[in-house]
Design a protein around this ligand. Structure first.
Ligand code: AMP
Length: 283
């Protein structure tokens, strides 16, 4: 039977657990998560294993990236199930700090990422989000000091923000993006899919269908704004409350008017019932 990963809950315990790896100059890869693990997270773990001999998965539901009206209180917490899922995946270490360990009394520092973090996408609807993400990820990077950190393309703006943050702070690690893992009907796997009712779940794959159709039309030479207008209408008509459907430069996330200014990434966010879903696709 595979060995359960070692679980560490304090920074000194983490350092102690990592030190034998470092002594042997083994490469370390970090997969940051908020738990409620699914096949998307496990794809990140597999990619981590391809890069490094040792894999650390962090499980921390970061309170500072949720606004008061968001789902921090109800976010799925299933630590034991997560550990069971990580055991056959042969993860070495699970870093699971409490909020008090991550943010002890008197904690007073917050990063303020710019650039892709102010692209007018997720930041427009969740203004507190990337400050919280950048701060906690910078902490995870300094705590674990990995050689590689793996993030899903599913959260595309986050991937760009974290990549830039590591570069800007001269952190000696490589951030690697992993393609989105989907259900057979195209819905991107997400811990928040657990919130969907049966009816919402059957409507949800529309977002991916719109992304795919829009990418095909843009490749075909159709005008980007016209393509997006069609997509926005389809999403509205299907009963979603659309936050955005945008075409952006895949690296800077700056607005893009023509295909020649690419590479292009299409990004969408919409609510179905009470659940907010995001997805994206390269053109
Ligand atoms: P979360 O636990 O939702 O914060 O996600 C942790 C990491 O898993 C992030 O880097 C996400 O982008 C990534 N992730 C979430 N869903 C997927 C998916 N469907 N495919 C690939 N990566 C994912």
């Amino acid at each position: 039977m595979a060995k359960r990963p070692t679980i560490v809950r304090t920074v000194p315990a983490l350092r102690r657990a990592l030190s034998p790896f470092r002594r042997k100059a083994e490469r370390i890869a970090l997969v940051p998560t908020m738990g409620a693990l699914h096949r998307g997270h496990l794809a990140l773990v597999r990619q981590a294993q391809r890069r490094a001999g040792r894999v650390v998965v962090s499980i921390f539901i970061n309170p500072t990236q949720f606004a008061p009206h968001e789902d921090f209180g109800s976010y799925p917490r299933r630590f034991e199930t997560d550990i069971k899922a990580l055991t056959p995946a042969k993860v070495d270490l699970v870093w699971a700090p409490s909020a008090a360990v991550m943010y002890p009394d008197g904690f007073a520092t917050r990063l303020a990422p710019q650039g892709a973090a102010m692209a007018g996408l997720e930041d427009k609807f969740r203004p507190h989000f990337f400050g919280g993400v950048a701060t906690v990820v910078a902490k995870l990077f300094t705590q674990v000091a990995p050689d590689f950190a793996l993030f899903g393309e599913k959260d595309y703006q986050q991937l760009r923000v974290v990549t830039q943050m590591a570069r800007d702070l001269d952190l000696p690690l490589k951030v690697i993006g992993v393609p989105t893992v989907r259900e057979p009907d195209g819905l991107a796997l997400s811990s928040r899919n657990l919130y969907l009712s049966a009816g919402e779940r059957s409507a949800a794959p529309l977002l991916y269908r719109v992304l795919k159709a829009s990418a095909a039309r843009i490749k075909n030479g159709d005008k980007i704004e016209a393509v997006l207008d069609i997509g926005r209408r389809e999403i509205d008509l299907a009963g979603f409350a659309l936050d955005y459907l945008e075409a952006r430069h895949a690296l800077t996330l700056a607005p893009i008017a023509a295909r020649k200014d690419g590479p292009i990434r299409l990004l969408v966010a919409a609510k179905i019932g009470k659940t907010r879903l995001i997805d994206n696709l390269g053109v």
